[in-house]
Design a binder for this molecule. Structure first.
Ligand code: ATP
Ligand code: MG
Length: 376
């Protein structure tokens, strides 16, 4: 990424009473980037956004915007604007007056306000709705008013905290495209917050994955998916099967891994040594069923299958303690019937083994929250 840093978080911490909810958080966001903070409920996303906006002071470290230290600067003097989940519109005012509100407070002349309101409403496709009351608008339209109101000040940065979570799925998809278009047209920096990994993946230039107030990884969606830094990130960004195991040998660039159910190998990675505990991650789409030429990795019985056109999602039960999720491409609906016994196969190069973190994984995934789209 080139260009200048628009937002800098430098070792930022936040305490509420005696609890530290943000720990040593550092992150650079470049001018014009679309960056998403992704994390489970309570991971600290809103708190970070509020510290950037100035609604909350940092307890330690500093926030810079466009190279200027924001410490002690009140929210109304920062070059940012925010859009929140609940929109916070004035229900008794019409669309025009809601959008004009910020400029009226700043005592801009009415003529200029009129021009700017037009421009903003035009941007969000609401030109025809200026005189409507807020109550007479749909959820999606209200969301657009909130965005028009936020961009009328021409901020350098737009902060969006789960702005689409109140909308139904179809409208949410539409508004995602709308926001991407706005981002392109405005050319300003967007910082977006969501706990929906699919939304984060489809919209962002870079994603910061948070868990309990810490940044686990900050990278492009592609990089996060292909090279997650930990088992926690792998299970939060996309779906994956995780297996506890131990490295029993290291041969020619591969760690040989014994799990409770099978022996396999994975590319050697940092932290691997004979005897070390690892968590093996295998994405459902990396798995093949039923046609092994050599030895399969394990065998199991098809317990459940969901046909979805070009993809079939299949759950293979190895034993009462282990069910593996698979995503099979371009197959017919009569393949892999429930009850059939199959070989389970994957390429070692399509698996990753992470050193086991000190926290137990089950504890970790609990803290991360469950990945919404996993296990469906
Ligand atoms: N004003 C406050 N006083 C005390 N604790 C707070 C306050 N605001 C937030 N917290 C705590 O800080 C932690 C992070 O909260 P935050 O709202 O930033 O999470 P979040 O990631 O935005 O979650 P969600 O997805 O549910 O919106 C939580 O444990 C929360 O209870
Ligand atoms: Mg929040």
């Amino acid at each position: 990424m080139s260009g200048s840093v628009m937002i800098g978080l430098h070792g930022v911490t936040k305490n509420f009473a005696h609890t530290q909810v943000i720990r040593e958080f550092s992150l650079d966001i470049y001018q014009g980037e679309f960056v998403t903070l992704l994390g489970a409920s309570g991971s600290g996303k809103t708190t970070i956004l509020r510290m950037i906006a100035g609604f909350e002071e940092v307890s330690g470290g500093r926030v810079t915007i466009d190279g200027v230290d924001m410490t002690g600067l009140p929210a109304n003097l920062r070059p940012v604007n925010s859009v929140f989940q609940n929109y916070a519109l004035f229900p008794h005012l019409n669309v025009y007056d809601n959008v004009a509100f910020g400029l009226r407070i700043k005592k801009f002349p009415e003529k200029l306000i009129k021009e700017r309101v037009r421009e903003s409403l035009n941007m969000v496709g609401l030109d025809a709705f200026a005189t409507r009351r807020i109550r007479q608008l749909s959820g999606g339209q209200q969301q657009r008013v909130a965005i028009a109101r936020a961009i009328i000040n021409r901020p350098k940065v737009l902060l969006l905290d789960e702005p689409l979570s109140a909308l139904d799925l179809k409208l949410r998809k539409e508004m995602q495209l709308e926001l991407k278009r706005l981002h392109r047209e405005l050319g300003i920096t967007f910082v977006y917050v969501t706990h929906d990994q699919e939304e984060a993946m489809s919209m962002s230039d870079r994603i910061g994955v948070l868990a309990h107030g810490e940044l686990l990884q900050y990278a492009s969606p592609e990089e996060l998916y292909a090279n997650p830094a930990s088992a926690a990130v792998a299970s939060f960004v996309g779906e994956t099967n995780l297996f506890d195991g131990t490295v029993v040998d290291i041969v020619k660039g591969y760690s040989v891994i014994q799990t409770r159910h099978f022996l396999t190998k994975a590319p050697v990675a940092e932290g691997h040594a004979v005897g070390s505990a690892v968590v093996l991650s295998v994405r459902p789409e990396a798995i093949r069923l039923g046609d092994s030429v050599g030895a399969p990795i394990c065998r199991g019985i098809i317990m459940e299958r969901i046909f979805a056109g070009s993809l079939i999602r299949i759950w293979v039960r190895v034993d009462e303690a282990l069910t593996i999720q698979c995503l099979i491409h371009g197959t017919r609906n009569d393949e892999f019937p429930i009850g059939e016994e199959v070989d389970v196969i994957w390429e070692p190069n399509h698996s990753l083994a992470f050193p086991k973190e000190i926290k137990s994984l089950s504890e970790d995934s609990q803290l991360l929250g469950s990945n919404e789209s996993a296990g469906q």
